[in-house]
Design a protein around this ligand. Structure first.
Ligand code: ADP
Ligand code: MG
Length: 277
């Protein structure tokens, strides 16, 4: 049984007076436990709507979302689903609830009624996982954007989720902050947590096992980074290929031969070196 299953999911926002906006149309896919999936698409393509459907914040207008066998329509399971699928949002400043870092991370488990002893352990593990242990008793206000996002991730981890959804969590960060967050996401995934990373940065998407591309609320591509970057659809979806992929494509036009579609700098360098001698 897949961990996440979407079956013909559509979602419309009611905008008043019988009007509505169709944000998702007939989307189906499934995700196995432990996968790292990037969800890409232009602004307005339906990514955030999909994220909210995954953790039961929204219920589909049509179709079903099933998380570990639990249908998000089943109100008795809403709590379990929210706990299983944690969300990290875009703006690091909007996610802080307490001034002191350890209090912020403890907020979630505290609300779940986790006993004090266990809570201290959870906060400890969560801060270790994001490399923020040494900041434990400090104030959040002096942190960089990347550090704030790491604290936000720790807050989600303290709830012990099995799935983490990052909704453009790197988009307000500088390159260093982006790298920090993607590094943490990768590490958590290696520990078995399913990661859904929403992004329109294709360099980030290239780190995933699989990329799903949305366009105007429809799923248009679903495959490995190599498969997706090889498709002419990517640019039609308004997404820029990673610079390494772009460069390899230009070199191919000048007679260079690469072994399949290049997805990162390393493959590009290997490809060039293999023909220069
Ligand atoms: P993305 O995250 O890919 O930018 P969204 O899921 O936020 O896309 O939006 C998908 C579509 O739904 C867009 O057309 C957007 O304008 C519309 N939409 C999003 N939120 C609302 C809302 N609260 N009310 C009405 N329309 C909305
Ligand atoms: Mg969005």
């Amino acid at each position: 049984m897949p961990q996440i299953e979407l079956i013909n999911v559509s979602y419309s926002y009611r905008t008043g007076e019988g009007q509505s906006v169709r944000a998702l149309r007939n989307v189906s896919f499934s995700v196995e436990k432990g996968e790292f999936v990037a969800l890409a698409g232009m602004n307005g393509s339906g990514k955030s709507t999909l994220a909210k459907l995954l953790n039961g914040l929204f219920v589909p207008s049509a179709g079903d979302v099933v998380i570990d066998g639990m249908n998000t329509r089943d109100e008795e399971r809403t709590f379990d689903i929210r706990r299983k699928a944690g969300m990290v949002f875009q703006n690091p400043d909007n996610q802080m609830v307490a001034t002191i870092i350890e209090d912020d991370v403890a907020f979630g488990p505290e609300n779940l009624g986790v006993p004090r002893e266990e809570m201290i352990e959870r906060v400890d593990r969560a801060l270790d996982a994001v490399g923020m242990q040494e900041y434990r008793t400090r104030s959040a206000s002096k942190l960089s954007g990347g550090q704030k996002q790491r604290v936000a991730i720790a807050g989600v981890l303290a709830m012990e989720p099995e799935i983490i959804i990052f909704d453009e969590s790197t988009s307000m960060l500088d390159p260093e902050g982006r790298a920090e967050i993607m590094g943490v996401a990768k590490k958590l995934n290696e520990k078995g947590i399913t990661v859904i990373a929403i992004t329109h940065n294709m360099d980030e998407a290239a780190m995933a096992d699989r990329i799903i591309v949305l366009r105007k609320g429809r799923k248009v591509l679903d495959g490995t980074p190599k498969e997706v970057f090889a498709s002419p659809e990517v640019e039609a979806c308004g997404l820029a290929l990673p610079p390494a992929t772009e460069l390899a494509r230009m070199l191919s036009e000048r007679g260079f031969r690469f072994d399949g579609t290049v997805t990162d700098e390393e493959e590009l360098v290997e490809g060039i070196c293999s023909q220069s001698n």
